[in-house]
Write a protein that binds this ligand. Structure first.
Ligand code: FAD
Length: 407
């Protein structure tokens, strides 16, 4: 028996391996990961870790001893090819591993900024612990910081910098923050939070070049001719899925590795989970891209790891978890349940601290964005999972009992 091989020792790959053992899988199990560290959580990299509130040990998904105790071989190597006919994964060190089932959990990588100077010293991305460490060191001596992209990671980073009293300018091409992910109401609130904390945000601003002196970044040139002095630049303009292994093995890919409702690729011996997988879900109904999505979140990575482990141990179920996500930006906590679209209608519910924006698509509740309202978020997850809805008037009425609808 060759056993199960997982490529990618991140959130999804780790979860699949751990859940396989939990479910009683007793065969050989290998987790291949190209990073030096044991599997760790990425969300704190742009939050508590960068702010010095947790150390690298605090990021680990399990202590190193867990892997030996559960007979999970953690192989530090880069997978470079899949021989589907021979059922083997090829590694960069020349070795290859046989599999009965192969799980691709290769995640994503930072999208590169396509302008001159993007690789100058002092220009960073933030995806891995190594990148977070480099950024942490650079922050010790940085004075003028420019963040390219007002998405979740850029804004979380900007909030950490502002809390340290550093000068931060965020450059965003769109007219509002987190424009692809949240409603105009939530964007406006977060813009105000960040500006009140001292962050400058420039909208409709395209970067034309990063300019340097002696190989180091000195300024960021904008398309409208402005130049922003900078000694540290963080580029946070999204990610691209690591789908090349699947593509080279002639498995269908389209902004992610295509999988069926059971997370299987076109080859029944290969599955894909987490940030790299594109899957069908009822929660995406009515979205401009159709009912297939690729989701970048801890929830999705963990739930898909569990769902796949259940199938591989004889309990197949279609993946049907309600999507949810969080982002901590300074003292503000944003939680999102469901999948909203930029065109969805919005209704805001306010009472006491925080607020929630209820989004509607084709007359049905599609997503709820809660800011410092964890009870709304928990109720929304249950309401959306159950396929229930409410009217915009009910959503806006603070007296309407959300909890009752959720149970
Ligand atoms: P990853 O965790 O990226 O793991 C993929 C692994 O595969 C990587 O270690 C990669 O090096 C490895 N790999 C790729 N190709 C190969 C190969 N050929 N051979 C060997 N190894 C390979 N989500 C939230 O829900 N809330 C948050 O607040 C949040 N904050 C985040 C903050 C940051 C800074 C980042 C980077 C992400 C954040 N996320 C957040 C997203 C979340 O971390 C991801 O959705 C999650 O890690 C996805 O898990 P994954 O296993 O699919 O991919």
């Amino acid at each position: 028996m060759s056993g199960i091989v997982v490529v990618g020792a991140g959130q999804a790959g780790f979860q699949a391996a751990a859940s396989l053992r939990e479910a009683g899988f007793a065969g050989p199990l290998t987790l291949i990961g190209e990073e030096a560290q044991p599997p760790y959580q990425r969300p704190p990299l742009s939050k508590a870790y960068l702010a010095g509130k947790t150390d690298a040990r605090g990021l680990l998904l399990r202590q190193e001893s867990f892997f030996a105790e559960h007979a999970i071989a953690h192989r530090r190597a880069r997978a470079t090819g899949i021989d589907r006919a021979g059922r083997r994964v090829e590694l960069a060190d020349g070795d290859s591993l046989a599999y009965d089932h192969l799980i691709l959990a290769t995640g994503t990588r930072n999208r590169a900024l396509p302008v001159p100077g993007a690789t100058l010293s002092g220009v960073y991305g933030l995806r891995s612990l190594d990148e977070a460490d480099a950024l942490k060191t650079a922050l010790e001596r940085a004075e003028r910081i420019v963040v390219v992209g007002a998405g979740f990671i850029g804004l979380e980073f900007a909030a950490v910098c502002a809390a340290r009293g550093l000068s931060v300018t965020v450059v965003e091409a769109a007219p509002r923050v987190m424009a692809r992910a949240v409603s105009p109401e939530t964007s406006a609130a977060f813009r105000a939070f960040h500006e009140a904390a001292g962050v400058t945000i420039l909208f409709g601003a395209g970067v034309s070049a990063i300019e340097g002196a002696d190989g180091r970044v000195a300024s960021v040139a904008l398309a409208d001719g402005r130049s922003l002095p900078a000694d540290l630049v963080l580029v946070g303009i999204g990610v691209v899925p690591n789908q090349e292994l699947a593509q080279a093995a002639e498995l269908p890919v389209r902004d992610g590795i295509e999988v069926d409702p059971f997370l299987a690729t076109a080859d029944p011996a290969i599955s894909a989970i987490g940030d790299c997988a594109r899957f069908p879900t009822r929660f995406a109904a009515g979205l401009p891209g159709g009912d297939r999505v690729r989701i970048e979140s801890v929830q999705n990575a963990v739930d898909q790891g569990r769902c796949l482990a259940a199938r591989l141990t004889g309990r197949p179920t279609a993946y049907d978890a309600v999507p949810w996500f969080w982002s901590d930006q300074g003292p503000r906590k944003l939680q999102i349940a469901g999948l909203g679209s930029p065109d969805d209608a919005s209704v805001t519910r306010r009472s006491g601290a925080g607020f929630s924006v209820f989004r509607f698509r084709d007359g049905r509740l599609s997503a709820v964005e809660s800011v410092d309202r964890p009870a709304d978020h928990m109720a929304a997850r249950r309401i959306i999972a159950a396929g229930r809805s409410l009217t915009p008037e009910q959503a806006a009425d603070p007296a309407f009992d959300l909890k009752a609808l959720a149970t």
